[in-house]
Design a binder for this molecule. Sequence first.
Ligand code: ASP
Ligand code: MG
Length: 299
Amino acid sequence: MRVFKFGGASVKDAEGIRNLARIVARETDDLAVVVSAMGKTTNALERVVNALWLREQEQVEREWALIEEYHRGVADELGVTLDLRFPETQATMDSYDELYDQVVSWGELMSTRLVSAYLTKVGIRNEWLDMTRLLITDATFRAAQVDFPATEDNLLAHFAYRPGAEYANRARVRVLQGFIGGTADGRRTTLGREGSDYTAALVAAALNAESVTIWKDVPGILTADPRKDKSATLIPELSYEDAERLAASGAQIIHRKTIFPLERKQIPLYVKPFLQPDAPGSVIRNTKLKLSVPVNWGK
Ligand code: ASP
Ligand code: MG
């Protein structure tokens, strides 16, 4: 089984989600598909939280209407129906961080519902999973720490396949949210901004996946930010150590916490261009290769 992760830029519009479905349809292995909130939804939801916190009701409604319109528009274009209501939450106005996680997690819950509904529509049988019940964390809202043993147990039980047995829950493709989790008593939490890569690594490690692929809007891991430096070149292969160093130096390639769970289980991580699935991209894996090209990601 393998893990695919699609970031916000990859699912920002109907064409992005169609492309995701095409990439998923090519696979014959079992897949865990980890999805971020669509486009800039997380930023927009942060504005909702701020307005809620300041009790600026009009601002809340204005921001919320835009988010709703965006999601409804994409759902309409894909020909699927989507219930945009907030799932039940236990949000209170006692803690900003707790409120934040209850509201912001909506982005991933919706993007995954949309992706799951569209996959079903095009004939890709799949199961939608709610990570707020599977990825167990402490109650450090906005920077939740993962309870690895509990999460691993949950994921293993959920993905379990008993050969020979007719397993009702078995679907080839599972769609799940990046970035979000939940406390043992069911309160939603988030892992910190850009945390979906980390989710993909945790899921892969728990399930002993063959590999993780992060699908991005860049050709792979580059030596510099291509928007600022036209001479940026692709790094085809790098070690876990070099990847960690690169991530720590501010390179916007993958979330820092992503490497460790993969290194521990020696699971390779591919970074591939979303629009050219056959391009080689980059791979982070156990290699003696040392990064020899100069890297300049600022910071
Ligand atoms: N949607 C979240 C964010 O924008 C998580 C992620 O994209 O990885 O930070
Ligand atoms: Mg995002």
